[in-house]
Design a binder for this molecule. Structure first.
Ligand SMILES: Cc1cc2nc3c(=O)[nH]c(=O)nc-3n(C[C@H](O)[C@H](O)[C@H](O)COP(=O)(O)OP(=O)(O)OC[C@H]3O[C@@H](n4cnc5c(N)ncnc54)[C@H](O)[C@@H]3O)c2cc1C
Length: 428
């Protein structure tokens, strides 16, 4: 849709998955989309395990075949909740709701792919550290503005601000910090170390991501084409018990957990260990006159269920549709609806993740397994399959905020657990 004779000018601060997806979709609609990035990304970036909801975004961007080439087909997720028991979730359970698979991807080539897709669509990229300043509208509202030195990097803007400025700066939350916008911070405050390894036993079925409950925290194993990505997430105080530095801590956790140690007994580390702070955050607001937030810059939740990239790219998709389909005079209401959706999705994800952390999901599955073994009636199997379909649909990103699925999970979490104490399965 070509909106006007003179294209709308949108400046996007940050060229991660959210910023690049937005730039691509806007440029395809004739918007003058300029995205900026300072290139300050570590060599190793987290976010390698994707969920089925993203496959629909890849199809819209026309890049699924390229994602498949650089990534690994991912049929589902297994949660190892103790040495003897695991919950294996196959994405086939979400047939009719979403694609029945996802991918695991190495982040650098994946991010380059989205970046190049945006360039091919006609978006302009400016490598720079964006400088911002606070402006004031006629109504006295404080808003972010590009500093003159950054505007000057786009000469044809002739010193004028773009029609819309988008914060896609990820956890740096540049606009929120500039305007002192508060945020709701989640309960957990963890640290995460990860690295890539060779010579490990790869999870089965091929491509399956494995989450393992640990004595302290949890770990991921994400099979990539040429390596296994292994990461641990735990409280900073617990981390210290495993060693003095990130490397020692990661290796000690692997050695001290039997399923991990068995899979990685011959391991050879082929990258440096990279550390991230892990917490949850939702901004109190994320738009104003001439600006709006997308991706992590507005909010993010715990990564145990891998919602990060899906939220980043789906929020970019939604925002692009609003920008091109809504007249700028009605952006304010449309942005408010978009951010209401965003906040509700983040809360729904966090509620789901909480049920994994507090052990209810595993207690429920143990109860289900007991019941079907004791009473092998077809209707119990049907109930179990129905429940699995809803959990898979929520974890895949298709039913995460669906009222029925949320009610079912809440009901089962309250009344469906017999003979098992959730705290015995909790992640501490
Ligand atoms: C421990 C951990 C594990 C995770 N695992 C997963 C997973 O398995 N799957 C998943 O989907 N997600 C995962 N995530 C989340 C995922 O990494 C993020 O949600 C995702 O990268 C967010 O994308 P984004 O585009 O919003 O932000 P980012 O990817 O952070 O991009 C922001 C960009 O803005 C740039 N920028 C910032 N400030 C400026 C400036 N002043 N000037 C110019 N550029 C600037 C940055 O350099 C960066 O390139 C994980 C997160 C953590 C912490």
């Amino acid at each position: 849709m070509k909106l006007r004779e003179k294209p709308l000018r949108v400046g996007i601060v940050g060229a991660g998955p959210a910023g690049a997806t937005l730039a691509c979709l806007l440029a395809r609609e004739g918007v003058d989309a300029v995205f900026f990035d300072d290139g300050r990304r570590p060599d190793m970036v987290v976010g390698e395990s994707l969920i089925p909801r993203l496959v629909t975004v890849f199809r819209r961007l026309g890049i699924e075949d390229k994602v498949a080439e650089l990534g690994t087909y991912k049929p589902g997720v297994t949660w190892v909740f103790d040495e003897k028991d695991a919950l294996e979730l196959s994405f086939t359970a979400m047939r009719g709701v979403l694609p029945t698979y996802a991918y695991n991807v190495p982040r650098r080539p994946f991010d380059d792919l989205i970046h190049n897709t945006a360039l091919e669509a006609g978006a302009r990229f400016i490598p720079c550290n964006v400088k911002l300043e606070v402006g004031t509208t006629e109504l006295g509202e404080k808003v972010p503005r590009l500093a003159a030195e950054t505007v000057a990097l786009v000469p044809d803007w002739k010193g004028r601000q773009p029609d819309l400025l988008v914060d896609a700066s990820g956890r740096r939350r540049l606009f929120a910090k500039l305007l002192s916008i508060r945020a709701k911070i989640g309960d957990r405050s963890d640290v995460s170390h990860f690295a890539h390894y060779e010579n490990c036993t790869m999870p089965m079925p091929a491509g399956q991501t494995v989450i393992t409950r640990l004595k302290h925290g949890w770990s991921w194993r994400i099979p990539l084409r040429n390596a296994l990505s292994v990461g641990v997430v735990f409280n900073k105080d617990h981390a210290k018990q495993y060693g003095d530095n990130a490397e020692a801590q990661l290796e000690a956790v692997i050695d001290q957990n039997k399923p991990l140690a068995d899979a990685c007994s011959q391991r050879k580390r082929i990258t440096a260990v990279t550390t991230y702070a892990n917490y949850q955050l939702i901004s109190e607001h994320g738009h104003g006159d001439g600006w709006v937030s997308v991706g992590d810059s507005f909010g993010f939740v715990d990564p145990m269920l891998s919602p990060g990239l899906a939220m980043a790219m789906v929020s970019a998709e939604k925002l692009a549709d609003i920008i091109v389909k809504t007249s700028p005079s009605r952006w304010e209401a449309a942005f408010q609806n978009y951010l209401d959706w965003f906040r509700e999705m983040l809360v729904a994800w966090q509620d789901l993740v909480d049920m994994f952390y507090d052990g209810r999901i595993f207690a429920l599955f143990r109860t289900g397994a007991d019941m079907t073994a004791l009473f092998p009636y077809p209707f119990l199997n049907t109930i179990q399959r129905h429940f699995e379909k809803n959990i898979a649909g929520m974890a895949g990103g298709g039913l995460t905020n669906h009222p029925y699925s949320k009610r079912l999970l809440k009901f089962m979490g309250r009344y469906g657990i017999y003979g098992h104490e959730p705290e015995n399965y909790a992640v501490v």
